[in-house]
Write a protein that binds this ligand. Sequence first.
Ligand code: NAG
Ligand code: NAG
Ligand code: NAG
Ligand code: NAG
Ligand code: NAG
Ligand code: NAG
Ligand code: NAG
Ligand code: NAG
Length: 695
Amino acid sequence: MGRTLAPLPASPTFLSLLLLLLFLPLICQLQPVEALGFQFNTFDPSSNQSTLSVIPPALISNNALQITPDSANVNLNLKNQSGRIFYKQSFKLWDGPPEAPTKLASFNASFVINIFPITSTPGEGLAFIVAPDQNLPAASFGGYLGLTNATSNGNASNHLLAVEFDTFKQDYDPDANHIGLDINSVRSNQTVSLADHGFDLAPNRAIYFHVWIEYDGGRKLLEVYMINENGSTPTKPKPAFPIMTASLDTSKVVTQNSYFGFAASTGDNTELNCVLGWNMTVEELPKGTPAGLVIGLAVGIPAAALALAGAAFLGVWLWRRRVAASDPNILGTLKSLPGTPREFKFKDLKRATGNFDERNKLGQGGFGVVYKGVLAAENGQVAVKKFSRDELKSKDDFLAELTIINRLRHRHLVPLLGWCHQNGMLLLVYDFMPNGSLDGHIFCGPEKQTLGWSHRYKIVSGVASALHYLHDEYDQKVLHRDLKASNIMLDSNFNARLGDFGLARAIDNEKTSYAELEGVPGTVGYIAPECLHTGKATRESDIFGFGAVILEVVCGQRPWTKGGYSGFQFLVDWVWSLHRDGRILEAVDERLGGDYEVEEARRLLLLGLACSHPIAAERPNTPAIVQILSGSVDVPRVPPFKPAFVWPSVSLLTEDGDTTDVTPMTSSSRFGSGWTPRFVSKESDSRYNNSSPPV
Ligand SMILES: *[C@@H]1O[C@H](CO)[C@@H](O)[C@H](O)[C@H]1NC(C)=O
Ligand SMILES: *[C@@H]1O[C@H](CO)[C@@H](O)[C@H](O)[C@H]1NC(C)=O
Ligand SMILES: *[C@@H]1O[C@H](CO)[C@@H](O)[C@H](O)[C@H]1NC(C)=O
Ligand SMILES: *[C@@H]1O[C@H](CO)[C@@H](O)[C@H](O)[C@H]1NC(C)=O
Ligand SMILES: *[C@@H]1O[C@H](CO)[C@@H](O)[C@H](O)[C@H]1NC(C)=O
Ligand SMILES: *[C@@H]1O[C@H](CO)[C@@H](O)[C@H](O)[C@H]1NC(C)=O
Ligand SMILES: *[C@@H]1O[C@H](CO)[C@@H](O)[C@H](O)[C@H]1NC(C)=O
Ligand SMILES: *[C@@H]1O[C@H](CO)[C@@H](O)[C@H](O)[C@H]1NC(C)=O
């Protein structure tokens, strides 16, 4: 048996330290100064940390402000939520004494929003707000839109101005598809029904609205313009006529220095409330003291750097401690293993592989080398894995692999033929896979013929069925932990065979460290985000790896190479953005030259995204996956935005029994596979027995 790693030590201390460090820059907030405006063509949680205040559960993810949580995770409870996001700096909106202001600042806001229903009817709405501070009122969910609550609604001391985009009808609302001007209250002073303009705020597809809110301080007039867009990048000019015009004296409503931002809420009906771009210009009134900004930046930036360095250091330190705490197991009595397959003679294997000749090498990793061999007696080709670590570790590696693989029987697993323990050598003998590994066929250059569509679909189905066997059918649950294209072998008929060939088998994971992961971005694409926090492999993390494999197979791209803005983007993010724009089929490998089944491709791509869900509990399980691939169940609905990873993950906290206490992956093999299976106890399995396929 391989080493098991000690549980994460002192993790509460670690987490709170980490949180403190991460939020330090936020604590050092900026003071109000005048400014002329800002422009966000996209949003990014780290680059925009110094300019935006994100009031949870709002968050920034997928290049957008998510004013209410963006995950379809039922455990997170999307219902009855409200959030706010502000530009961090306040603006001076009027000048002179409060009773007799001398000048009102004009301002223009323009932004792109996307409201996507999660429940069949959306709820509740999104609003552009001008507020006196950056707080979120308590219990502001449902009809309160993140603006007010049952006690504060209508109170002039709110000093709140908002333009709401309301998708749910309360008794005081005209309908479930309107905009409104809100002054200190969610009972709008003025509303406009959008149906009159042919707009549907939240249809059941990705739709974008470009909105302009213009306030003219001289004329004390507020105007709202709006147009629908096909994509998140605005293309159409501002319409000639506003859809709402209201006279408004801002000095009677908002405080002299106020903040601009967005608020939104959900109720029993839920929706995604996204902002994708945001520009503002504000007329500059006579200056105040901008010293606060300088201090804020001077403290904030070094604090952020310190926080990152601290987090990295702690991560490595914890990792070291965990590795040091592992203890080796001792080789058991080999021949007492139940059902142990055939024992090979060392001299036969030696001859078969030409005395383990370099030229017969199929792959190499940290734990052994795999050679191709021809057994003279049977005239059959085999793959012989020779364990190569020091004697004690090799015994562990060998026995761990043997005890698991030995009893697995499935037509989509590489079959184990036998073993050999002689002359101090530990060897496992596998069936030889004539077509090598999958990666050699999908990432090949133009000189090699790429796999056709039907082969690709068959391979994905084969891997799914192997995974289903490991996770749900075999009596002892097994995690593969290292699903990737290089670990999927192809037999003579191009059937997928999950297995150990390139062969780094990392049962105790000493080869893997977080530091190593950073240097190998490719591996990261296969690793579920929660694993980076827990260091634990789960069935859901296997599914995540499977999702990466699906996308690789369909797109013919490695999980991390698709060029984004910076020339680096995860394949999954790219596919997700195409999905959002309704162009998901553009992700299909162009080497197929359009020769593929459209419905199958769509199904695989959406399934690939569903399996790549950042929240483990939202990924489909293997029974559902098998049904989806057979076409008997519809693909799960995939939200237009990739939901954000949320930590701590609810499912992991409440169902800790369903995890194995090991690190999830190996990046050890540059040449190919690392079959790194683990057992999962059956008792912890109840979740899977009564779960139904997602809809
Ligand atoms: C916000 O983040 C985006 C993406 O990184 C960046 O291009 C932009 O400059 C940032 N804007 C502000 C105002 O911080
Ligand atoms: C949401 O709030 C409403 C009103 O307070 C309540 O009736 C409902 O049960 C809440 N729903 C959830 C899921 O908490
Ligand atoms: C707002 O936009 C209008 C029309 O485009 C323009 O006339 C006005 O100067 C702008 N105001 C500010 C503060 O940018
Ligand atoms: C913001 O301004 C830039 C530059 O003028 C423009 O390209 C972009 O479309 C604007 N975005 C919005 C949301 O109005
Ligand atoms: C409304 O919000 C205020 C400020 O957060 C809070 O003090 C008050 O208790 C809230 N009222 C309700 C009914 O939750
Ligand atoms: C409005 O809010 C203020 C401050 O929270 C409070 O003192 C006042 O009593 C409220 N007014 C009403 C009518 O509830
Ligand atoms: C409109 O706003 C004013 C404050 O400017 C408020 O006193 C009034 O009650 C509001 N009217 C309606 C119908 O809500
Ligand atoms: C954009 O949307 C309009 C309807 O608003 C539609 O007529 C047009 O075909 C769409 N264009 C694209 C490229 O999807």
